[in-house]
Structure formats: C-alpha cells, structure tokens
Design a protein. Structure first.
Length: 402
C-alpha cells in the first residue's frame, strides 16, 4: 500500500531508548547535543519580534513564486552587509532549507540520479534524498591539522548519473569552511561535467577564526568580508551554484520557518535554473505573508543574537580545552565555525556503547560520531551553545569516563 521510499526502519535505536528511559525516570540530564537556540537561555527582543508579525499588509494575498520582493530585498541586504552582491531576482524564499533542498533536487535530478555529499556531515541528507528518489554517494573530509575536502575521492565518486556536489559551509559538525583552492577545484569539476554545486550555509556567520591570519577572532561579531570573514558561495560564478540559508541559525528563529535559495553561476545556466525552480515554487507557494513581511526585521535581530552565540561558543571552547588539558587521552579537533565541537576519545568500544554508558551512568546525552558518518569509532560531538555552567559540568562528567 505504501511507497518503498517511506519504508524506513522506525525502530528506536539504543541511545533513543536509553534517553526515553532516563527522562521518564525524572533524572538530571546534561544535554551536550543541544541544538535549539530558543531553549538554551539566549535573550531575544520579544516585543520587536512579535510586533513584526502584525503587519496589516499580510491581510492581502500577493502570491509571488519567488517570495515578496520586500522580503527578498531583506535577504539581499543581508548579503550586502557581508560585502556580497546578490540580486533580488536570484533569490527564492522557502519555508525551510529542507524545502530549498527539495526544489534543487527536483530541478536537477531524475529518479535514480546521484548527488555527492560530504562525510562526516549532518544526517538529514539521507532522508531528503530518499524522499526525492535521489541516490547519495559520499566523499570524505579528511583531518590532518584541520579538515580538508578529499578532492581525488570526489573525482572517483562521480558517475554518469552524478548531478551535483553538496558542500556545507561550514560543515556540521566538523566546522570546516570551503577554502578558495577547494572551491576552485570543485568549480572545475562541476563546470566540466555539467554538474551543480549545492551549498548549505546556515552556520556561515558563526566563524571562529580570522581567515587572513588563521587566529581566533577577538570580537564577538565576525569581521567584514575584506577583514577575514569567509566568503559566501552565493556569489560563486565558477559553476552553477545553489546556496541556501535561513533564519533558523542566522537569527536563532527556527520556529519562524523562513529560509531562502540563491542561484549563481554562468548567466545562461542560472537563468534556466531560476525559471525551473520558480515553477516548482509556484506549485507550492508555501511561504506565508506575515513571516515574509517580517523577514527584514527578523534578519536585523541577528546582530544581537550572533553576538551572544559567539561569546558563549568561545567561552565553552575555552572551558572544553581547559578540561582536555587534564585528560591527555582525549583531544578536540580544530573548529573553524559553527556550534559544535568534535572530541576525539579512546576507541576502546563503539561510539554507540560509549554514548549509552555516558547517558545511563553519568546523565550525559551526547551524539556518537557514527550519527554523522565518521568512518571509525572514537568521536563524540558536543554542542557549544549550552549555558556555560551546564556545559562545564557536562564536559567534566563526560571526560571523567576516560
């Protein structure tokens, strides 16, 4: 009766079952996987946010497949503030980055076509691809004094059915930004094989390093593009490129369900891409008027939010490093951006066994590396947006296992 694409194994995994039992018992939990910015103690301008959704213009229905011009102008101004020139006509609003992926997958892929995705990376891609009858192939990010794209492996993974390469800039959870030399190589690969580059930039504004001097930023807000801030792929012209982001991370407002897709690259290809995606968007018209009209105001809220996030992330990284100095068997991998840290631990058992033990014995909930397609055991992923006191105690309990 049901489609094969929805024949998922819905049996809870061991860690999920252990978490449910822990919570049912009313025990204290240190959630080192915390990802919801609205639940970890950040301050929001509630009055401004709520007032922004009371625009009388929302009572008039103006269906625009790309999204209201006023809202797209707000997105264009966001990029302009970064030093990037993005045309309003190249922006298409979506209800989420997942929907943006959906539009791109439908525009690029026939059933059974392939996309390349990085590993390690966020596990959402498998579900999105399966729903759209797309096959995924992985290319590795390798770690050697920092993360790099394994470009020879990218080349080897390409088949006649490969339609694009996904990059996450910066990657979740490794924090790796796409470097200029990597982008040049990926552009050459894509442009030479009629493939597209698909860039997820939800964590773009949360850079930890100055890319001119490779030192940690001394100010809470990232510097201007000409002062060391990583470049957005929204202005990439070397290959047909789809770049997506949204309010969920930029302004810490996942509940507002507002995101966007930017097309860039050679003009003729970009024009065709925008025309095709506009038809897909017109079929759904999923963005609602109140959120579109409020979008420019919500984007303005990013400044205060990002300052809080970067301050907390910096302090939590410092605390993690301080504790790791006392645990010589464990270490932190280099982070360039984002909200997460990868902790390398002794691989004396599976990451899954370790995560379950941490939960049942210490009340620590942490994601094992295999959730993100790490190739070997010995990796735990910790969130850096937890309240500082809870983060410090959670790390202390976690590292006490080693």
């Amino acid at each position: 009766m049901f489609a094969e694409r929805t024949n998922w194994n819905l049996t809870p995994n061991r860690l999920s079952e252990a978490l449910a039992q822990h919570l049912a018992g009313g025990k204290r939990l240190y959630d080192l996987s915390a990802s919801n910015p609205t639940e970890v103690g950040f301050s929001y301008d509630h009055e401004t946010i709520l007032h922004a959704m009371c625009n009388p213009a929302a009572l008039t229905y103006v269906p625009d497949p790309k999204g209201l011009v006023r809202a797209r102008q707000g997105v264009a101004e966001y990029y302009a503030d970064r030093g990037d020139d993005v045309s309003v006509e190249d922006i298409i609003l979506t209800a989420s980055t997942s929907e943006a992926y959906s539009f791109v997958f439908r525009a690029l892929c026939n059933p059974g076509d392939e996309l390349l995705v990085p590993a390690p990376s966020y596990p959402l891609f498998g579900f999105l691809a399966g729903i759209h009858d797309v096959t995924l192939a992985h290319y590795p990010l390798v770690y050697d004094h920092g993360w790099q794209v394994d470009l020879p492996s990218v080349e080897k993974a390409i088949t006649p059915r490969t339609r694009g390469i996904i990059v996450v800039n910066p990657n979740n959870p490794t924090g790796h930004f796409v470097k200029p030399e990597e982008l040049a190589a990926l552009n050459a690969i894509c442009s030479g094989r009629d493939m597209a580059l698909i860039a997820d930039e939800v964590f773009l504004d949360f850079a930890h390093v100055d890319f001119n001097g490779r030192r940690e930023l001394s100010k809470a807000r990232p510097r201007a593009a000409n002062g060391g801030r990583p470049q957005s792929l929204a202005v990439n012209g070397g290959a047909l490129t789809f770049t997506m982001s949204g309010l969920s991370k930029i302004s810490g407002l996942p509940q507002m369900k507002a995101a966007w897709l930017v097309a860039s690259g050679p003009e003729a290809l970009k024009k065709q891409a925008v025309e095709r995606i506009e038809v897909i968007a017109d079929t759904y018209l999923s963005m609602n008027a109140p959120i579109q009209l409020a979008l420019p105001i919500f984007l303005e809220q990013r400044h205060g939010f990002q300052k809080q996030v970067l301050t907390r992330v910096r302090r939590n990284v410092g605390e993690l490093d301080r504790q790791l100095m006392l645990r010589k068997m464990c270490s932190r991998l280099e982070i360039e951006g984002g909200w997460y840290a990868v902790v390398r631990v002794p691989a004396t058992r599976s990451d899954d066994d370790l995560a379950v033990d941490l939960l049942t014995k210490k009340g620590i909930y942490v994601h094992p590396g295999h959730f993100y397609d790490f190739a070997t055991d010995g990796y735990l992923i910790v969130s850096l947006i937890m309240p500082e006191r809870d983060f410090a105690e959670g790390c202390r309990q976690m590292l006490s296992m080693f």
